[in-house]
Ligand binder design. Structure first.
Ligand code: CP
Length: 304
């Protein structure tokens, strides 16, 4: 039985197979409409979500399966003090696969250790978000056609932004990747990601506070929101929240084939007038998230 807790739980070959299946689902959706008939997905969301939870649920319905679950901790027996381990043992009696989001880093791993069905990490605190990374990789595959030889700007909250940590981990397995890490001093990439991923794999990177300086070099610009829910102090959030706002003016020096990504939700980081620019890919990302999660459910349920 396989789980997906960290993006490194999948080999590059397995990720490329998932992308191939997702592309086939996009081309031939009817072929997949009965693949999970009789199967149940449990979505256990202890933290708010729009895209991840609803794309998992859409994915399972479009595979012909069913969905059970809860969308907030207070709607579950966690509110009465039940542990993640006991929740996982319980849900194993009702469903075939679990997608779990939790504010505590490592909670989906604890669930996997106590579950008899596959567990997917749908985001754990400021740690990882591997299915967002699969979404991002499918987007890059469809927009750029390659994962090698890309200069990727990551901008915003690189400290608490779990999607950034997982994407850096995944792309560091490819050659010719350069990261431009754009953040305020207080929201720099955690040193464990720099040490264990970037330095260990000899990945080229620069750290800067200036988006404008590096804009002309970028093939991909991955904007992120400042993660209000991870701050200890509201004053710090208010001071940092608008550190980077992407506007049409700032895109003046960008490549004509720049791919602009954002895991969403957006607060102020991208001006809405950019949404109609052909380089804006963040709503395509939303759609691709459903297809790659369909491919992942099929893989973890070992459906042919
Ligand atoms: N990208 C993402 O995880 O969005 P949600 O928080 O809406 O699931």
């Amino acid at each position: 039985m396989r789980n997906l807790i960290n993006i490194l739980d999948l080999t590059t070959e397995e990720i490329e197979e998932l992308i191939a299946v997702a592309n086939d689902i996009i081309a031939n959706p009817a072929k997949y409409s009965e693949k999970c008939r009789g199967k149940k997905l449990a979505t256990l969301f202890f933290e708010p979500s729009t895209r991840t939870r609803l794309s998992f649920e859409s994915a399972m319905y479009e595979l012909g399966g069913n969905v059970i679950g809860f969308s907030a901790a207070q709607n579950s027996s966690a509110a009465k003090g039940e542990s993640v381990a006991d929740t996982a043992k319980t849900i194993s009696c009702y469903a075939d696969i679990i997608a779990m989001r939790h504010p505590k880093e490592g909670a989906p791993l604890v669930a996997a250790m106590n579950s008899t069905i596959p567990v997917i990490n749908a985001g754990d605190g400021g740690h990882n978000h591997p299915t967002q990374t699969l979404t991002d990789l499918l987007t890059i595959n469809r927009e750029k056609g390659r994962f090698n030889n890309l200069t990727v700007g990551l901008c915003g909250d690189l400290k608490f932004g779990r999607t950034v940590h997982s994407l850096i981990t995944a792309l560091s397995r490819y050659s010719g990747i350069k990261f431009v890490l754009i953040s305020p001093e207080e929201l720099k990439l955690p040193s464990y990601v720099k040490k264990d991923i970037l330095q260990k794999n000899n990945i080229e990177y620069v750290q800067t506070t200036s988006l404008e300086e590096y804009m002309p070099e970028l093939d991909i610009l991955y904007m992120t929101r400042v993660q209000r829910e991870r701050f200890f102090n509201e004053e710090d959030y208010l001071r940092l929240k608008d550190s980077y706002i992407l506007t049409m003016d700032k895109l003046a020096t960008a490549k004509s084939d720049l791919t602009i990504m954002h895991p969403l939700p957006r607060v102020n980081e991208i001006s809405v007038d950019i949404d109609n620019d052909p380089r804006a890919c963040y709503f395509k990302q939303v759609l691709y998230g459903k297809f790659i999660r369909m491919a992942l459910i099929l893989k973890l349920l070992e459906v042919e």
